[in-house]
Design a protein around this ligand. Structure first.
Ligand code: GDP
Length: 426
């Protein structure tokens, strides 16, 4: 059984919590794209954690955690995360890194920063963790794979080719000092040694696990609308956070995918640049931001305040459709318990006055305004509810509304950040 957990929207939907929960019942958890540029918040018996690169199964001893070939592997960041877990009493997780995974080169984060500076006001809201330059090099075929870290002459040859281009950009576009080839070789050889014990053929491992009927979880980062092809380009990330890509980035055949679990919040939140039709300005937005998540809506990696707004049915239905969700998990429902009435965005009005319900491409999206409908609130703190039936009627009606709007069944509803704060609806 291969399940993908992915985001329906802009990311930060609460996937970490859901993955942590499902990881308990899984044999393997795989990260298939992205890098240390986003965070999953997990609150469990060891405390509160923000995982960036590590798969969310690291808290469960029986789970094999895999960093798949689609990931942007920042080795220093990975080692820091492992050390932080150990320092907080988490037993060393089982971790395997694909030998085909590519390595974030030490200058990628710097180049990301220089590029954002160059773009100024027109920047794309990068987390400056090197993701865009990393994937640019990967697809230009000047990247470095983990397996190349163990063959010094090959590594030197590959780096020499890559650095001609990189140094040209550094010196002539950004006016910075060039990278020294020998320093680069030495740094990468050292990094390779630090992870040597964890490197292996994860594709074969996964094929075997699948054949043996093991439960495999593919853990997505960010959400549909940050997909470079189907999202709000260019305000996207540089790898695909779609379940469909999960098969490629992890290394499992598409026919093996049994479930696509798409996570969405009971309201909207987004961090970074780009169109966000439901953005709620002023004190209303400030209050929602303050009450959202486990400690307000602030980016798990960057600490940046997230933009917030009411639930966006147009964006979510599109996100669920593109992911091909077999079910939706609704999170953060408890956050809305302070409201008399809850607006939900049911359509967009385009710049030329048309009412649309299908999520448009970016140029049209930029001019859209939200069209709201209002649902009655439930004015109760629902954290601590023991069963779905115990939720107030208006709260259950709100979930019914979202299920219909999203277009896929909701079986799980999260009513607080902790692992056990989740209710089965059916
Ligand atoms: P991810 O990247 O999709 O894993 O999402 P994040 O972890 O970045 O953001 C989700 C935020 O919501 C975190 O602060 C979580 O602790 C929090 N969270 C998750 N589920 C719930 C919930 O049901 N209620 C509340 N209040 N917070 C939640």
């Amino acid at each position: 059984m291969v399940q993908a957990i992915v985001g329906a929207n802009w990311g930060d939907e609460g996937k970490g919590k859901v993955t942590d929960l499902l990881a308990e019942r899984s044999d393997v958890v795989v990260r298939f794209q992205g890098g240390a540029n986003a965070g999953h918040t997990i609150i469990n018996e060891y405390g509160k954690f923000s995982l960036h690169l590590l798969p969310s199964g690291v808290f469960h001893q029986r789970v094999t955690n895999i960093i798949g070939p689609g990931v942007a592997l920042n080795i220093d960041a990975l080692l820091r995360e492992l050390k932080a877990l150990a320092e907080r009493g988490v037993p060393a997780p089982k971790l395997m890194i694909s030998d085909r995974c590519q390595v974030m080169l030490p200058w990628h984060p710097e180049m990301d920063k220089y590029e954002e500076e160059r773009l100024g006001k027109q920047s794309f809201g990068s987390t400056k963790s090197g993701i865009a330059p990393f994937y640019a090099d990967k697809f230009a075929k000047v990247g470095i794979q983990v397996c190349q870290l163990y063959d010094e002459p090959l590594l030197r040859e590959r780096l020499a080719i890559a650095l001609v281009k990189t140094n040209c950009i550094l010196e002539h576009l950004y006016h910075k000092a060039p990278i020294d080839l020998e320093w680069a070789v030495e740094t990468l050889l050292r990094q390779g040694e630090q992870i040597r014990d964890m490197v292996g053929d994860t594709t074969r491992f996964l094929a075997e696990a699948e054949r043996e009927g093991k439960t495999i979880l593919l853990e997505g980062q960010l959400g549909t609308l940050r997909d470079p092809d189907h999202g709000i380009y260019p305000y996207t990330t540089s790898s695909s956070p779609l379940a469909g890509f999960g098969c490629v980035g992890a290394g499992v055949p598409p026919r093996a995918l049994t479930d696509v679990i798409c996570v969405t919040k009971a309201y909207s939140s987004a961090v970074g640049a780009g169109p966000f039709v439901c953005r709620l300005p002023g004190p209303e937005g400030d209050e929602l931001r303050r009450r959202g998540g486990d400690a307000g809506e602030y980016g798990a990696t960057t600490g940046r305040p997230r933009d917030v707004g009411w639930f966006d049915a147009v964006a979510t239905r599109y996100g669920v459709m593109v992911q091909g969700a077999t079910e939706v998990v609704l999170t953060n429902l408890d956050v809305l318990g302070y409201l008399d009435e809850i607006p939900v965005c049911v359509a967009y009005e385009t710049a030329d006055g048309q009412r649309i319900t299908d999520f448009p491409a970016t140029p049209v999206l930029m001019g859209c305004k939200p069209v709201y409908e209002t649902l009655p609130g439930w004015k109760t703190d629902i954290r601590g509810a023991a069963s779905y039936a115990d939720l107030p009627e208006n709260c259950r009606r709100y979930v019914d509304f979202i299920e219909k709007a999203a277009g896929a069944p909701i079986h799980l509803v999260s009513i607080g950040p902790k692992r056990e704060e989740i209710l089965r609806r059916d």
